[in-house]
Ligand binder design. Sequence first.
Ligand code: C2O
Ligand code: CU
Ligand code: CU
Length: 501
Amino acid sequence: MVIAMHRRRFLQYSTVAIAAPALVGRALAQTGASATLPIPPLMDVGEDAGNLLEAVTGRHRFAENFEAETLGWSRDHLGPTLRMRRGRTARLTARNRLDSPITAHWHGLHVPGWQDGGPQSLIAPGQELEQRLDIDQPAGTFWYHSHPHGRTGYQVYRGLAGMLLIEDDDKASNNLPLNYGVDDIPLIIQDKSFSSRGTLEYDDDGMAAMQGFRGDRIAVNGALAPKARVPQGLVRFRLLNASNSRVYALRFNDNRSFHQIGSDAGLLPAPVERRKLQLAPAERAEIVVDFSEGAAARLVSEDVPLEMMGGMMGGGMMSGMMGGSSGPATREGVFRVLDIEVDRSRTGAITALPQELLGAHLPTFDEPVRRRRFQLNMMMGMGMMRGIFGGRPKLGINGKTYDMDRIDQQVRLGETEVWQITADMMSHPFHVHGTSFQVLSQNGRPVEFGEIGMKDVVWVENSAEILVRFDKPAIADAPFMYHCHILEHEDSGMMGQFTVG
Ligand code: C2O
Ligand code: CU
Ligand code: CU
């Protein structure tokens, strides 16, 4: 009897376009007049005391008539852009002024586990935590965000995230645009949904957790579809996909080409010409766009479906169950991310791109001594059923859902390994703490290093292999994490932890 009933509901979900929460897969809405692109203030973090990041609640205006209660680091929404220098110590304090626990995780930084800000390093309400981070890696674009288990999606969506730049003094002469906010522009891309009551809507139960939460409006640095003014010349954009689950396929509306110069963990060996760029959650890309002709441009995106073709249950059925994971893309086609206007009264400082990039993050691996396998599981028996029936699903890796008290892997300091990651049913952006890695293959096809560079997130459509080494220790009390960076998957247990010793 019970089984028959469940089966009926199950079939219903597989044929009806959308499951319970109306938010899942909702079509993207366009916002009216564009605001000016806000630029998060720059905070140079050196060895001196007094660099403070305070998690606070705020009320933030995303656009006219779009105000909502938000979270931020020392601001209403999002946080300052932290700038750190290689070879120096960055000293800063994270303080929690909220009424629930937070952490301060430095996504992509090579620091020991006890400084990494993972789910074990909770900062209770009213408490603070000082860190002295020894910055010991190539220049690049990173970020920081709160990471408490089960609440990461909620807190990042509300705004507990910010950009983090590492600069490398010796290599500063690359002749790349480097004037923050002028020709070197941070773009933190997130999707949001607004209720009529002036709050941000969020859901991490049921199908929203299964598919990953998606908002129906695109915010850049906390403004809906804003407009940037740039000098006439070469302009660098540092793109960060800080969305909970949305994957972007970015391009310009006039289909102009641009150059990618950096990815997650630093500069590429040489600029790569592109017309389109895919960015999964937590991935970064640095691009340089030529505005010397003075023509305006619009950065647009299409959605990339999360669904794996030929998944275990067959594409059609999964698509029905997941509310059509190709979602907004098929209904809306292309959506606006950022308008760019050229200020012809200002000439850009940089007129030509270098052929090669000094200070690129190059791999330095030895022969791998070990292979580890990670299967990202949507299929956890009744765990997934809970999701389909509207509860918090139980997802996992290698058949186990995340457990704070269990160490899943033990890695040896300084040993090179191959990690093989496979996905069931859906694609996932897989992230590893404490290091950067080289992607060897995706879906069985070899990946050219120069095309994607050093990474800390890899897009796993069906499968991927990475070459990885850990040079920073992590103990059982403060291990490193590996997880899917679809935050609802992570919060539902698609995460594991490991020591390095
Ligand atoms: Cu962006 Cu576990 O982190
Ligand atoms: Cu991370
Ligand atoms: Cu996932």
